[in-house]
Design a protein around this ligand. Structure first.
Ligand code: PLP
Length: 378
């Protein structure tokens, strides 16, 4: 029986050709040829002035904290429902994460949930374009302006989505992207720090390379400030570049996949699928189903049922506030009461198989298994 796995990239001759070119030729004076080309084409695609590629998006988020001077005594608002990397860098710099609930429709934070978390110590908010979707940006920007809060747009999952026609990555003071193996365009590992602010860009460029700036000092191996090794490689850039050139096709596939799931699952009452809100054109990078609690099934129950059928599902993220490294930052009150939407979505949320190799038959098979299970579960 063929296994249906939860993720997997689309690799064509275009990727093989560019990576081969990078292995053969991307050395000496061409050492950063594919990186430079990626920066040019990616910045044009997103519509942003400066792009610094990094080894991971997590590094770029860390750099964002450093660029904005966030540190001990500061608070940073962040969604309770996100990947752990949106939060960990807040702690790396000694600041305190404050966990905001998400919107019941977009599953991203909204202006109201941010407002509830603002204190005199709030310096920034990390807004996540979750699962290829985006929040109601205008309201968020408005409230952040009024309270002088900087916006870090975690667009790791948002690449290609648009809000009122504008690409993800254009809504924060800084935006970050990921090219890890599961992402819309991928290079195994990789990330990018993007901004329209030249000063922020120059600051992080120095920090990402051990504080070395040969153009400024004229010296090799000379660190001006303490920095990090967050550099990406040309080989990875060549893979990401080939993927970037196919981005419209990759988005089209994700949208097709979501609509196939929707076609088969919409008749089952009690399944909520990823939603497109009024002003957002999502990519559906990952299609997610939230089961109603009437079925009496947690996400773990569903995942093990499907594993027995050779179908790999993944859970929607656990609330960050439930996990040990973050408990020291929580208020005394019960987090499931503070952030009820996050806790409900997380308990019953399942990421459907989203690999790039699925066909209509695979989708039908997954959906039929859902029907079987949910009829049994009733
Ligand atoms: C929302 C979000 N932020 C940040 C990251 C971190 O990306 P990376 O794995 O490139 O460090 C991810 C990756 O999975 C993510 O989904």
């Amino acid at each position: 029986m063929n296994r249906i796995s939860s993720s997997g990239p689309s690799i064509t001759q275009a990727e093989i050709d560019l990576v081969t070119e990078a292995i053969r030729e991307g050395w000496q004076e061409k050492l950063s040829w594919h990186i430079d080309q990626f920066v040019k084409e990616f910045s044009e695609y997103v519509g942003i002035s400066y792009c610094l590629p990094t080894a991971h998006c997590t590094d770029a988020i860390h750099l964002a904290m450093l660029a904005l001077g966030i540190g001990p005594g500061d608070e940073v608002i962040v969604p309770d429902l996100t990947w752990v990397a949106s939060v960990a860098p807040i702690i790396y710099v000694g600041a305190k994460p404050v966990f905001a609930d998400v919107d019941p429709l977009s599953w991203c934070v909204n202006a109201e949930s941010i407002k509830k978390c603002i204190t005199k110590k709030t310096k920034a908010v990390v807004v996540v374009d979750l699962l290829g979707n985006m929040p109601e940006w205008n309201e968020i920007i408005d409230i952040c302006k009024r309270h002088k809060i900087r916006i870090i747009e975690d667009a790791a999952e948002g690449l290609g989505a648009t809000y009122k026609g504008t690409q993800a990555g254009n809504f924060g003071d800084i935006s970050l992207f990921s090219f890890n193996a599961t992402k819309l365009i991928m290079s195994g590992q990789g990330g990018a720090f993007c901004t329209n602010d030249e000063i922020l860009y120059k600051k992080v460029k120095l920090l990402a390379n051990h504080g070395i700036d040969k153009a400024m000092t004229g010296k090799y191996y000379w660190s001006n400030v303490l920095g990090y090794n967050y550099n990406w490689t040309n080989l990875q850039a060549s893979l990401a570049l080939a993927q970037l050139r196919r981005i419209e096709e990759l988005i089209e596939y994700k949208r097709w996949l979501f609509h196939e799931y929707e076609k088969f699952l919409r008749d089952i009452e009690g399944i909520q699928l990823s939603a497109a809100t009024q002003n957002v054109d999502p990519t559906y990078w990952i299609s997610v189903a939230i089961l109603d609690k009437k079925f009496g099934l947690n996400k773990e129950d569903v995942i093990s049922y499907f594993a027995n059928e050779n179908i790999e599902l993944r859970p929607l993220f656990y609330p960050i506030s439930t996990m040990p490294p973050f408990q020291g930052y929580l208020p005394k009150a019960e987090m499931s009461k503070i952030n009820p939407i996050t806790y409900r979505l997380s308990k019953y949320g399942i990421c459907l198989p989203n690999g790039n190799n699925l066909n209509a038959e695979d989708v039908k098979k997954v959906c039929n298994k859902f029907k079987e299970l949910l009829v049994k579960g009733n």
